[in-house]
Design a binder for this molecule. Structure first.
Ligand code: ADP
Ligand code: ADP
Ligand code: MG
Length: 671
């Protein structure tokens, strides 16, 4: 076995690999750019080597820097993680030249599978079902239309070198094909430095289901069940689960056997993933093979008990697979939520900055579920513009899918982040979505169920009562502290009032407290409005705590508490609302106060994030229809197309291509 390995990556995946290496008694070497000198992965490793400035192209992607770091530290093998150099055949070759082991597959497999056009040809030859399409590079928009007409609409235009959901476009007609061809091509050129695109049939209402495979250098290969990753936004996975709620044992086996056939065809000798798209009749088609550890591998580990990183390391050291096909089972259900630094209220635009607070839920056993959180950040870490915006992968394992979803919902509520925007409110809302809970999924789920984007969880009647009770228990705790020395034996608060009005945003909930109140731990009985039912509120919450955990009647809940003017900002299950506790008289007076309206920005196009103007696509005086492109802004290497939300006339343009704009800078004004 290796004595020392180097991890040519950063963030959560570097930490993940280091964990297993430690468990196996292997020493670890981290590499880091200037932006990562204080990063968690650097701290965790036994040694660390500086490899250059923040941009990945000047550090993590420079092969010779990694080779030098291996030589300097005596690392015998390299784990590449995912992204960066993980699927780079030249890198694997350079390591081979230097007699350093690559913890991944052989070079031929990387080459054969690294290109979408080539890998489809390969899969065809191995008798794996592939998506119908044209297996050649398309050169012009005219050619694209001709081929799309032949395949039949809808079609998907894809970058052959693509990855991470970039460089692909759906087209439903010839015009969209022309437009999509240009866009896919320019995105492919800027993201991958390779603008070859091809066209295949777009499978309607598809589910993304992938098979984990494991091979060794002795000709053994097995499949380790599937993961379903149909919850995607712009072809990028957001939630993954294992097993899939859609597969029956026969389809699972058929997909597993095809995946192994493909793996064997390229002498695959590591962990890899064969991705399939599955239509509503359970026909499945090969999409691509990822010749590396997959982001969502933890859900497979949770249901099988197999440490995939350990297997990769053992296989790279020449060991035979100790696991046989018959020994791979499915235990329970696992779900992963990708926590991204992005603003769900602003169309998921990237968010950067310091993690002023970062308190993930406790890992390990909870009520009926287990939490695993793969992360590469801690409180105080900086989320920079240079790297992937994923900050953590929150995983929950339970006996059933329903229990796993409920567990995920609780774990998300208990995940506290301040300093940057993040997608937890959206993920929380999703966990409650009936269609998700029923498992009726397709890759169009988010686009179909959130057609207007996400604007915060809906404050439904149950939520109103629960949050009003929590707010009141908090408020009474503070009042009590002001009234008393804080000693619990002093009993109920002096305040004799037994009726309160809790304002939740624009809603009011009348809460009665028939039998007094005790703080630390909170004991409070409440009744809502005219409802005679008495509900008990219990919690250990004390002033200053950012998390209120406890129960309201039968419901167990964790609510995040932040200070707000005259009240508290409460966050629970994707709902964020400001709660203000008033006496009935105060509420009466408050109703007379004029409401303060936010400034009207509906006649302006504001820059949604700090970024660079790529183009202004309209002129002053131009009439624009809803949906037409107004401008394109680039941020974090992504082009963000800003479209007209309604029909309008452009009255003034305030920015030009090449301008570097701050968030909320005015790009143009409308009549
Ligand atoms: P998975 O299927 O494991 O989710 P993705 O395709 O989403 O993998 O990519 C995993 C990570 O690697 C993402 O962070 C993505 O941005 C990055 N990535 C994938 N392919 C490439 C590529 N060709 N170039 C650069 N980054 C890539
Ligand atoms: P990447 O390398 O970026 O991961 P994939 O080929 O794996 O690219 O596709 C990413 C996602 O795009 C899939 O999970 C699926 O949602 C969607 N997709 C890709 N090809 C098709 C297709 N032919 N029909 C329908 N959806 C597709
Ligand atoms: Mg993919």
């Amino acid at each position: 076995m290796f004595k020392k390995i180097l991890i040519a990556n950063r963030g959560e995946i570097a930490c993940r690999v280091i964990k297993t290496a430690k468990k196996m008694g292997i020493k670890t070497v981290a590499v880091y750019s200037d932006a990562d000198k204080d990063a968690v992965h650097v701290d965790m490793a036994d040694e660390a080597v500086h490899i250059g400035p923040p941009p990945a192209a000047q550090s993590y992607l420079i092969i010779e820097r990694i080779i030098d770091a291996c030589k300097a530290t005596g690392a015998e093998a390299v784990h590449p993680g995912y992204g960066f150099l993980s699927e780079n055949a030249k890198f694997a070759q350079r390591l081979a030249d230097e007699k350093i082991a690559f913890i991944g597959p052989n070079i031929r497999a990387i080459e054969a599978m690294g290109d979408k056009i080539e890998s489809k040809k390969f899969a065809n030859a191995a008798r794996v079902n592939t998506v119908p399409g044209h297996l050649g590079v398309i050169e012009t928009p005219d050619e694209a239309v001709k081929i799309a007409d032949e395949i039949g609409y809808p079609v998907m235009i894809k970058a052959s070198a693509g990855g991470g959901g970039k460089g692909m476009r759906i087209a439903w007609n010839p015009e969209e094909t022309r437009d999509g061809f240009d866009r896919a091509r320019s995105e492919a050129r800027s993201s991958f430095g390779d603008d070859r695109v091809f066209i295949e049939k777009f499978i309607v209402e598809p589910r993304h289901i992938e098979i984990q495979v494991l091979g060794d250098k002795h000709g053994n290969a097995i499949w380790v069940n599937e993961r379903e990753c149909s919850i995607q936004r712009r072809n990028q996975k957001v939630i993954e689960e294992a097993p899939s709620p859609f597969l029956d044992p026969e389809t699972r086996r058929a997909m597993g056997e095809q995946a192994v056939a493909l793996a064997k065809a390229v002498d695959y000798e590591s962990a890899g993933t064969v991705e399939f798209i599955v239509d509503k009749d359970k026909n499945f088609y090969f999409l691509e093979m990822n010749t590396r550890l997959q982001v969502e591998h933890p859900v497979t580990e949770l249901i099988t008990g197999i440490d995939l990183v350990e297997q990769m390391i053992r296989v790279a050291a020449g060991e035979k697979l100790a696991i046989h096909q018959a020994g791979v089972g499915i235990d329970g259900w696992a779900i992963e939520s990708r926590i991204y630094a992005e603003d769900p209220f602003r169309n998921f635009l990237p968010s950067t900055g310091r993690l002023v607070r970062y308190r993930p839920p406790q890992e390990g056993r909870h009520h009926g579920y287990t939490v695993r959180n793969d992360t590469g950040v801690t409180e105080g870490s900086e989320i920079s513009i240079y790297y992937d915006p994923m900050i953590a992968k929150l995983c929950v394992h339970a006996a059933t899918r329903e229990a796993a979803i409920d567990g995920m919902s609780e774990a998300l509520d208990a995940f506290y982040i301040d300093g940057i925007q993040h997608n937890i409110p959206f993920l929380s809302d999703l966990m409650r979505h009936p269609r998700w809970r029923e498992g009726r999924l397709s890759t169009g789920f988010i686009a179909e169920e959130y057609p207007e984007g996400f604007h915060g969880g809906h404050l439904h009647a149950d939520a109103e009562r629960l949050l009003a009770a929590v707010a009141l228990s908090i408020d009474l705790t503070y009042r009590f502290r002001l009234d008393n020395s804080g000693e619990r034996q002093f009993g109920a608060p002096r305040d004799p009032r037994s009726e309160w009005v809790v304002r939740l945003g624009a809603h009011e909930v009348v809460v009665r407290t028939p039998s007094g109140f005790l703080p630390a731990p909170i004991e409070l009985d409440v009744a809502f409005g005219d409802d005679p039912e008495i509900v008990s509120v219990r919690s250990d919450w004390t002033p200053g705590e950012v998390m209120w955990s406890g129960s309201v009647g039968e419901d167990r809940l964790t609510v995040q508490v932040r200070p707000a003017l005259n009240g508290y900002r409460l966050t629970w299950q994707g709902i964020t609302v400001t709660a203000i506790v008033l006496t009935p008289r105060q509420a009466e007076l408050a109703r007379l106060m004029p409401e303060k309206l936010p400034p009207d920005t509906s006649k302006m196009l504001l820059c949604p994030m700090p970024g660079l103007v790529v183009s202004i696509n309209v002129e002053e005086g131009q009439e624009v229809k809803a949906g037409e492109v107004l401008a394109i802004v680039e941020a974090m290497k992504m082009e963000n197309v800003l479209r007209a939300e309604r029909d309008l006339v452009v009255s003034a343009i305030k920015a030009k291509a090449g301008d570097s704009l701050a968030v909320d800078a005015v790009i143009m004004e409308f009549e």
